[in-house]
Design a protein around this ligand. Structure first.
Ligand code: FAD
Length: 303
């Protein structure tokens, strides 16, 4: 049983960022054989992320029960499958695919194939994080969300979101991606009526064709950022709660916190500097939670 400088659990954006920036001896463990496949995601990223875009977004149209409003909104729709696959292929560290982490005991990571020891354990295993649980931290409150890929009927340049009492606790979306669109909903259960409502809405608008190419579901952590470092365990991305509880967006935060954790674990930034950066996310996401609370009161009354 060799000793690694870092064992990274999960090859999503946070784990890929950590493994890309950390220069010590690293083992990346990922439970799926092809983690880039069937990712539940609308694939919107802000311009600050350097990912090759499939489509540029110029604005966002928000649909309320009372009408529609368009605002300028810059961003890109990316091919997350391609991005994650290329990042994974480009890693120089040891990567174990199709291996599931079951237990974390201090510096030891136990999987369904073996036991490994690491100086640092990096929890980048998403919203249902095993590493988080093993660190003794409470699970996140979660919002279920589902995305389907459909062909479009006509070119679209805006992202569309719908708020409705038919989509309680979240919203429906239609994000154009070239000849396709990512259409989905995040809502309190049951989720599928909210998805159907959203699909029907965009079908009636004449935006999309009645054909589902791919469906993928997941969860959005809503609780914000609490404890992130526990002994030698660092939580990044969704595992650490770095997800916007209003929009559900988390790719940017996953990438940034994975990179930040790599700099901290490597000693490039001190503990104080790391905490300061984490606090900035914590405060921002707390404000978003407050905003969400205000919206929560309105959802049921949306007509
Ligand atoms: C329907 C939907 C749409 C979304 N749309 C957007 C969007 O448009 N833009 C945006 O910014 N964000 C979006 N998000 C959120 C975004 O997908 C997440 O914030 C982001 O993926 C977080 O990255 P991560 O690396 O922290 O976790 P993940 O991407 O969840 O990666 C975690 C990895 O860990 C692996 N893993 C889990 N458990 C184990 C284990 N025990 N052992 C080994 N490996 C394990 C998983 O297989 C996975 O590969 C969406 C989320 C959903 C559900």
């Amino acid at each position: 049983m060799g000793l690694y400088d870092a064992i990274v659990v999960g090859a999503g954006p946070a784990g890929l960022a950590f493994a890309s920036f950390f220069s010590g001896k690293t083992l990346l463990i990922e439970k799926h054989k092809k983690p880039w496949k069937r990712i539940a995601c609308a694939e919107w990223v802000p311009p600050s992320l350097d990912i090759e875009p499939v489509q540029s977004i110029k604005g966002m149209v928000t649909v309320y029960p009372g009408g529609e409003k368009r605002v300028p909104f810059r961003g890109f729709i990316v091919d997350r499958e391609k991005w994650q696959r290329e990042l994974l292929d480009g890693l120089s560290c040891e990567v174990h695919l199709g291996e599931k982490v079951i237990e974390v005991k201090e510096n030891e990571v136990v999987t369904d194939r073996g036991t490994y020891r690491g100086e640092w354990i990096i929890g980048t295993d998403g919203p249902l994080s095993t590493v988080r649980k093993e660190a003794g931290l409470p699970p996140h409150p979660l919002l279920p969300a589902v995305n389907v890929r459909v062909p479009i009927k006509k070119p679209l340049e805006n992202t569309w979101v719908i708020f409705s009492s038919e989509i309680p606790g979240g919203y429906g979306w239609c994000f154009p991606k070239g000849e396709f669109a990512n259409v989905g909903a995040g809502a309190y259960p049951p989720l599928y009526p909210a998805l159907k409502f959203t699909l029907d809405f965009f079908l009636k608008k004449g935006f999309i064709k009645e054909k589902i190419i791919e469906t993928a579901g997941g969860f959005i952590p809503l609780g914000g950022v609490k404890e992130v470092v526990k002994g030698k365990i660092i939580l990044c991305g969704d595992a650490g709660g770095f997800t916007d509880p209003l929009t559900g967006a988390g790719i940017q935060y996953a990438w940034e916190t994975g990179k930040l954790a790599a700099e901290f674990a490597e000693g490039k930034i001190c503990r104080e500097g790391f905490e300061k950066e984490i606090n900035a996310y914590r405060r921002f996401l707390e404000r978003r939670k407050e905003k969400r609370k205000i919206m929560e009161e309105g959802w049921e009354n949306l007509k």
